[in-house]
Design a protein around this ligand. Structure first.
Ligand SMILES: [Zn+2]
Length: 83
């Protein structure tokens, strides 16, 4: 589980493998659907890259089609193995 400000994500990608200086981000990214984005907009609004996703929403308990990406820096999230 990846946790950011109490929001749980059950799926994420570690940028470690394809990190580049140009991207400027060493961390993780998730995908999120429009409904979850609205629900957590107050916590995620500055993290979301709108309209770019093409997978399944990463929010725990949600399996809708994703609409947006969310970028996280490595030190601002907590990764746990246990759900
Ligand atoms: Zn969702």
């Amino acid at each position: 589980m990846l946790i950011y400000k109490g929001i749980k994500f059950d799926d994420w990608v570690d940028n470690k493998d394809n990190y580049s200086e140009e991207d400027g981000l060493d961390g993780y990214w998730c995908e999120i659907c429009n409904r979850c984005y609205k629900e957590f907009a107050d916590k995620l609004y500055e993290k979301v890259v709108k309209g770019a996703a093409c997978g399944t929403c990463s929010v725990y308990g949600c399996d809708r089609e994703a609409d947006h990406y969310v970028d996280f820096e490595r030190n601002e999230v907590k990764i746990t193995e246990v759900a």
